[in-house]
Design a protein around this ligand. Structure first.
Ligand code: CA
Length: 342
């Protein structure tokens, strides 16, 4: 089991229970002197190469000092045969937006996104955040508030369909701070979970070249400190999906319009063991300190089911394991394995 810790790095727990620190701060097998741990930023997502069994490649998302001003990066590593070491660091994406200076809305390092997952198409999806910057989400070139889709070398994947003038690595844009992405069983369509401001957590099915409709810059009805209106207004004056400005924006498949409770990680439950929840989306509700199970068939719009057996916690990461169980990481520094029971 590979896992990351924001201020330490990447570690592995092998079958005998031993934990080895592979990559990150001092004490890791491979030290990253450039690692930034500040505010919400640090080491975030981890993904296994689809061909891990033969190439032992893993990918992590991290904030780095290597290219001033600081950026987020996707770093490719190769694990040793005994899974106790990492080498051959290759930074395949070096220019992901990072909030380098604090402003009215928060500290440096805020809204860095950072989930990475391979799709069934074998391309790597990378989620980024708006950095509390009004112009980044709709920017064609700044890689914040985006979902990228790239090869294992970090190059643009074919079929991204980014509009003319956009960085070709961009798959979708106009996002706030995407922390959850997974691929719907059957169709393979990517779905993202987005943390709303003071309203409107959203789950959205992505389409290549699509606009998520988040545009938190000043407008006639709102003038905001530092030019960022992401915490101003309401679901009408500063919507998470602005269909007036962007009539073709991707509509959310699920939203809780009235409030935001801090939707973060997301993973589809797959397998008969999950019974009626097979195919539903598990999401972490961070401010709500709970896990919700969402039906995306319009029967459960605006609400979710909270499994009563699970403790209250700030759910940070969700992953379905090969054996069909659900692994949960919490902000309190625990990893849980959850299985279905009926
Ligand atoms: Ca949206």
């Amino acid at each position: 089991m590979l896992f990351t810790e924001k201020c330490r790095g990447l570690s592995i727990r092998t079958a005998d229970g031993t934990i080895t620190r592979l990559f990150g701060t001092a004490g890791s097998a491979l030290v990253a002197p450039d690692l930034v741990c500040q505010g919400q930023s640090g080491v975030h997502g981890v993904a296994l190469d689809p061909d891990f069994a033969s190439n032992r490649r893993v990918y992590v998302y991290m904030a780095s000092t290597l290219s001033p001003p600081r950026t987020n990066r996707v770093v490719r590593l190769v694990l040793g045969p005994d899974l106790r070491s990492a080498s051959s660091r290759n930074d395949i994406i070096t220019d992901l937006a990072f909030k380098d200076a604090g402003n009215t809305h928060g500290s440096p390092g805020a809204h860095s996104g950072g989930r990475i997952r391979f799709g069934p198409d074998r391309f790597l999806y990378v989620t980024t955040g708006d950095n509390h910057n009004g112009t980044i989400p709709q920017s064609p070139t700044v890689l914040g508030g985006k979902v990228l889709r790239v090869t294992t070398d970090g190059a643009a994947a074919p079929g991204n369909s980014a509009p003319t003038g956009f960085d070709p690595r961009i798959f979708t844009y106009g996002h706030r701070n995407v922390q959850g992405i997974d691929f719907r069983p059957g169709s393979g369509v990517p779905y993202v979970a987005e943390h709303g401001p003071n309203h409107s957590d959203e789950v959205t099915a992505l389409r290549a070249g699509g606009n998520g409709g988040w545009d938190p810059k000043n407008r006639s009805s709102l003038t905001c400190a530092d030019g960022y209106c992401g915490y101003a207004g309401n679901a009408t004056s500063m919507p998470m999906t602005d269909t007036q400005r962007f009539p073709d924006a991707m509509r959310p498949a699920w939203t809780n319009n009235g409030s935001s409770q801090g939707m973060g990680p997301a993973t589809f439950l797959v397998g008969e063991q999950w019974g009626a929840w097979n195919g539903r989306l598990a999401v972490g509700i961070m401010a709500g300190n709970r896990l919700d199970i969402l039906a995306l068939d319009n029967s459960g719009v605006g609400s979710g089911t909270t499994p009563p057996a699970l403790p209250s916690a700030r759910y940070r990461a969700l992953t379905l394991a090969a054996d069909g169980s659900l692994y949960i990481a919490t902000d309190a520094g625990e990893i849980w394995r959850v299985t279905a029971s009926r």
